[in-house]
Design a protein around this ligand. Structure first.
Ligand code: SF4
Length: 311
């Protein structure tokens, strides 16, 4: 449930009279439901209908009387006149006990995504009753909550532990934590009631064959995002110096159709790191991470493979 009271009290502090609501796709209907209450409280409201995958993609233009209410994500950058309204999702704590047979250490790191960070103290308590010491990573610039990770930032997982319990849905975050820290990672999905050790081998096998394909390309498009929290122009320029035949591409949405239309034989992605990893099956050509392009260009070895993060 979105809390209208919470949003109204934060907006009141700004003194603005126009609200732009921005949500990820999964919450946009919930946002529609609260608009009458916001209007009733005396505000004019605009709902952003564009796709939004993170706080890296804030609505850009805000006039002097407008506050942006960004729902569902924590801040990844400092911006004025933006309110972040989290969407907390509880889970049954008992499900965490499913992870116990998979744990081999008594001291473990705990990580999760922003919608579950409020549950971490309770998870720590329940694991303590079973004899486990748990540690949370410190907040970072892009992950302001202890123990929080993002698909582009795993700093919240970097602690002096050999084993980490990731709580959440999907496999990407857990895989990223494993690759970023080198720790053994157990992924626990409290909704699916599943728990398993993460292995990077299938992922690395696919990326290795992609790098080999990319070596055959004669031109590379270096993608730079125009989204506020994804733009890495300095990195893109460094990458362009590694090869004589590169083209700088400025893009907001990186779609298979658009890359097909541009028609290059290979791309290097400096936008959201998950694009290169998750969406590769949808692209006609290899889309490499910056580190993978460095391997293609011979300035990084395969043994130095690293997951891409925005720091
Ligand atoms: S860059 Fe990607 S992973 Fe990072 S916050 Fe944005 S959408 Fe999420």
């Amino acid at each position: 449930m979105l809390s209208v009271d919470s949003i109204l009290s934060k907006v009141a502090e700004t003194g603005k009279k126009h609200i732009i609501l921005q949500t990820p796709e999964g919450l946009i209907r919930a946002a529609v439901q609260i608009i009458p209450d916001l209007v009733h409280a005396g505000y004019t409201v605009t709902l952003s209908g564009d796709p939004c995958y993170g706080a890296c993609d804030l609505v850009q233009y805000l006039d002097a009387d407008t506050v942006l209410v960004h729902i569902g994500h924590a801040p990844v950058e400092q911006r004025e006149n933006v309110i972040y309204e989290l969407y907390q999702q509880d889970f049954n704590l008992e499900q965490i006990l499913l992870s116990l047979p998979h744990l081999t250490e008594r001291r473990i790191g705990l990580v999760t995504t922003v919608q579950h960070v409020h549950m971490l103290p309770a998870v720590q308590e329940i694991l303590k009753t079973k004899g486990y010491e748990t540690v949370l990573g410190d907040p970072t610039k892009r992950t302001p909550y202890a123990g929080q990770v993002l698909g582009c930032s795993f700093g919240g997982a970097r602690r002096d532990v050999r084993e980490i319990l990731y709580i959440g849905t999907g496999v990407f975050h857990a895989l990223g934590v494993h690759l970023a820290t080198g720790a053994r990672v157990i992924a626990c999905d409290p909704y699916m009631m599943s728990c398993e050790e993460v292995t990077a081998r299938p992922f690395l096998t696919k990326r290795f064959s992609l790098i080999e394909r990319a070596k055959e390309a004669d031109r590379y498009g270096i993608i730079v995002s125009t989204k506020s929290g994804q733009e890495r122009m300095a990195l893109a320029k460094q990458l362009m110096e590694l090869h004589t035949n590169t083209i700088l591409l400025s893009m907001k949405e990186v779609t298979p159709d658009q890359l097909l239309n541009i028609g290059l034989p290979c791309y290097v992605n400096t936008a959201c790191p998950r694009l290169a990893y998750d969406d590769q099956p949808r692209f006609h050509a290899p889309v490499l991470s910056p580190q993978e392009f460095q391997i293609v260009c011979g300035v990084r070895t395969w043994d130095e493979y690293a997951i891409d993060e925005i720091l």
